[in-house]
Design a protein. Structure first.
Length: 147
């Protein structure tokens, strides 16, 4: 019986520790964005990205919001996903899942080497926008070659 009580206490302490770390990481990410103007996804995309990148930026901000449990309305496109937004600390698999969701939602392939170099949302938007244009051009070339 004593072992069960000790185990229960240790488990409760571990859960409490995880909750404290999660709160601390959220506060750190929010503190990084403090003092900035709050923007909707549309305002964010229109302010920081070119016309052809706006739809990608809006979609990527939506995908990112599902992977971070912090308010992203004060996000800057040059905030670093891991260091500033604490993506890895809030969920160790979140960075990988974020890239997989991008591939699925935007129908684009992101090589591992390219994903490893993308540190900010701006870099992700620029890569995905360029990749989609390249893949659409390639698909058009294939259709024209068949005709």
């Amino acid at each position: 019986m004593q072992k069960w009580i000790l185990f229960s206490m240790l488990a409760a302490l571990a859960v409490f520790g995880v909750i404290l770390v999660d709160r601390s990481e959220k506060r750190r990410a929010l503190g990084h964005m403090a003092g900035r103007e709050s923007l909707s996804a549309s305002q964010f995309a229109n302010r920081y990205f070119s016309e052809d990148q706006i739809p990608v930026a809006e979609k990527l901000l939506g995908v990112l919001s599902r992977h971070l449990s912090v308010d992203l309305s004060r996000l800057c496109p040059d905030d670093r996903l891991v260091e500033d937004l604490r993506m890895d600390a809030l969920d160790s698999m979140s960075t990988l899942e974020f890239m997989l969701d991008i591939e699925k939602e935007l129908n684009v392939t992101i090589p591992n080497e390219a994903a490893a170099k993308m540190l900010t949302l701006r870099q992700v938007v620029e890569f995905v926008s360029a990749r989609r244009i390249a893949e659409q051009a390639h698909a058009g070339d294939v259709r024209n070659a068949r005709a």
